[in-house]
Design a protein around this ligand. Structure first.
Ligand SMILES: [Zn+2]
Length: 404
């Protein structure tokens, strides 16, 4: 059975076929580096890293782009709070910690890792194309996208514009200037003293969603195969990305598979800074090996709202130890093949890592018990390597390989 992946657009699973056979263009929304990153980020980036590895194993040349949103309301707020500290300094400090965490988790570096502030000319150019195509309008230095002008706005969320307009919307700035409630900023005027760039509409800075569209177009072209991100980005960010991309290029679809990971919870509550219930990957890796944490994250399917409770890591201790031991023992027999094939069959079913790991658990148990041989061990090693485990020899930063 070939690989089938679920797309949020259409809410269905389909056989995965990239636009150009043998190449996969993949964009995953990155972080806004104004603060520390938590376990929810690790969940998302380990899942997409593992998918990237599997797509590579299947013979694809995967181009993986992940951005850094280094200019937005939060970055400006933190800069002000720190006495006008340069945003680039705040970005670099938090980004270094974020990358170090992901390196320890053996997450492969992105093929391209663009900063929004390095793409202002492309953002301005994309905004201009949207205006020229009739979907953008200018009001006194601000540029808006007119949602009603884009046929199919709401498609990703599977609801009508009227229903979307009732939802809580973080793009609700400048209400008095907008033609419609769902219109959002492509370019915005700034408060005096805030970072700004020159543009045809006067000095200002980019809106939020346009950054991803410009960076995606710059590094991957007009159409891509997979767009990933947390499920909290489906509205409005990703709905806006579709509208911007398709309006500015005239090409449909912008993206073949919209893949959204679930929201990691702590004791049943969504992890967030405002609630103060953050668990940091860094803290867990002080107590447990990074591969142990990787195992925990992958025992959850990427689409579920995984619920972390204290003790979850300790509970995996035996399982983790057995997987490692199964690679270290010297099997007495040749064994029989099949482990690896069963493993890939499970991954082909919408990347079902929890069930694929159960296949590996039982193989490991048989190897350790002496009832399986070298073939099972080779299958186990290959599978664990595809899942990115450094102890199984998977390439990546944890094994000193920092190349994308
Ligand atoms: Zn994005």
């Amino acid at each position: 059975m070939p690989l089938r992946l679920y797309s949020s657009l259409g809410k269905a699973e389909r056989e995965f076929r990239p636009i150009v056979p043998g190449t996969v263009k993949m964009y995953v929304c990155g972080v806004t580096p104004y603060d520390v990153t938590h376990l929810g980020h690790a969940f998302s980036y380990v899942q997409f890293d593992t998918l990237r590895r599997y797509l590579t194993f299947l013979g694809n040349d995967v181009r993986y782009v992940q951005n850094i949103t280094d200019i937005d309301d939060d970055m400006i707020m933190v800069s002000k709070r720190q006495g006008g500290r340069p945003i680039a300094e705040i970005r670099d400090e938090n980004d270094a910690i974020f990358r170090a965490d992901l390196d320890r988790l053996n997450v492969l570096r992105p093929t391209a890792y663009p900063f929004a502030t390095d793409h202002v000319p492309q953002i301005i150019e994309t905004t201009q194309r949207i205006i020229d195509a009739g979907c953008g309008y200018v009001v006194d230095g601000d540029v808006f996208f007119e949602a009603e002008k884009f046929e199919g706005y709401g498609r990703l969320n599977g609801v009508t514009i009227a229903e979307l307009a009732k939802r809580e919307n973080p793009e609700s700035k400048r209400e008095w200037k907008k033609r419609g409630p769902l219109d959002f900023l492509l370019w915005q005027q700034v408060d005096p003293g805030d970072p700004s760039w020159d543009s045809p509409w006067g000095p200002g800075r980019p809106g939020w969603s346009i950054e991803c569209t410009a960076m995606s177009q710059t590094h991957l072209g007009e159409q891509i195969d997979i767009h990933g991100g947390g499920r909290d980005l489906v509205f409005p960010h990703h709905e806006n990305e579709i509208a911007q991309a398709e309006c500015s290029t005239g090409k449909q679809p912008f993206c073949g598979w919209w893949m959204h990971n679930g929201m990691l919870q702590l004791d049943g509550v969504k992890m967030s800074k405002s609630l103060g219930n953050l668990v940091l990957a860094r803290h867990l890796m002080a107590e447990f090996e990074p591969d142990h944490l990787r195992l925990y994250l992958l025992t959850n399917h990427y689409r579920v709202d995984a619920n972390y409770v204290d003790g979850d890591m300790a509970a995996l201790k035996d399982r983790y130890g057995r997987l490692k031991r199964a690679l270290a023992v010297e099997p007495a027999s040749a064994g029989s093949p099949g482990v690896f094939e069963t493993f890939t069959e499970e991954l082909n079913e919408d990347f079902n890592t929890p069930v694929a790991l159960q296949v590996l658990d039982s193989a490991a148990a048989r190897i350790v018990a002496g009832t399986a041989g070298r073939a099972e061990q080779a299958g186990l090693r290959g599978a664990l390597s595809i899942l990115g485990f450094a102890f199984a020899g998977a390439r990546g930063p944890a094994n000193g390989d920092f190349d994308p």
